[in-house]
Ligand binder design. Sequence first.
Ligand code: ARG
Length: 463
Amino acid sequence: MKQQQTGDMKMWGGRFAEKTAASVEAFTCSVHFDCRLYRHDIAGSRAHARMLARQGLISDEECRLILGGLDEIEGEIERGEFVFRPELEDIHMNIEKALAERIGPAGEKLHTARSRNDQVNLDFRLYLREECDRLDGLLAELQRSLVTQARRWRQTVMPGYTHLQRAQPVLVAHHLLAYFEMFKRDRQRLADCRRRINVLPLGAAALAGTGLPIDREYVAELLDFPQVSANSLDTVADRDFVIEFASAAALIQVHLSRLAEELVLWTSEEFAFVELPDAFCTGSSIMPQKKNPDVPELIRGKSGRVVGHLMALLTLLKGLPLAYNRDLQEDKEPIFDTVDTVSASLALAAELMAGLNFREEKLAAALRRGCMTATDLADYLVRKQVPFRQAHAIVGRAVAYALEQGRDVAELSLVELKRFAECIEEDVFAVLSVEGSVNSRNSLGGTGGARVDEALAQAESEI
Ligand code: ARG
């Protein structure tokens, strides 16, 4: 007869004759990172225990003991007193074992009709549901600082770019509100992803459901899930909700990275459009004159890891047969790092944008060069019945003439302009001015002052 290993306290000890190798324990252990799920694991266990009692699978007294024990364990973890044991693998078994040691046989009943496969899925859904809400709050904060700045710089005009070449004048407010829209879509994506996170997986058990008389709907009600998952195999194998979250988060970080890139460009002497607060910059250890935009650079740089985590998760799922596979334990670290990185970047971006100062004299100087009202001149000719393609060619010649002399097309005299098109009159100068150009762009969604005022009012009503 085989000897029972008394020193081995594994949950599966019954079937095993040998102790787990130390190298295997170290390799498979996840408690050093999944301990982050302790609150969600305990919340899930509370609901599960209450359901077991309601169904007569445990007694009310056993349920009371379980709930009391879980409260104590939660308190200990919160106070940093709980000792996590790596040999117990993960957060689920650490808590379950501690409970059994505390309250005896009642604790050993908690895992009735439950597997770690549906348990870990539940914990992760509870965790991500919360994180969606927290990220939504951070996005709203960033939107608020963008709107405040758009209001503050409402009268300021800047060059708008395509191909990073000066294109047409736009209001600074219009540019800032472009990011407001991106972050608005990010919030919508999180809300949409949250709807699919918000489905109760518990009760799928290991993979096939359970023969014990559980009540999944009651657990869903206790944990505030509006829906119960449909297929037990899909439930324990599903990490779509994790990938959707990682994808929404990657897009947030990519949006932040685009904003950060603009700040890096705009703070350079070549642009000199903005000044960042000193508190958000760092100097150089060798060059005394330097003031570097490290915060936007790091926000931009950190997009690499967030996008990488999304790739890691997609690759993790690819080719996994149904149902649960241990591979799935690898979904936690990429998500935890994603959450930390995106949260920190969002918070910093909000602070950074709130402290941003535009350098109006530099913007005005940039607007004087680049013939940015050339399209306005072509539109002017169109209003005088010149076909647009001809107008385009005429203005092209006027631009070439102006540039040859190192002037802007807006600086040409009426006599000079008339050489390109006889129909040009004195009223052309209103069109060639930066203000005239901006204010004429009143098509829906355009940079015209009236449109931007509407957009600002709309944005302010939303946040
Ligand atoms: N630590 C595991 C994970 O994160 C929990 C589920 C383990 N299930 C199992 N049958 N080994 O996925």
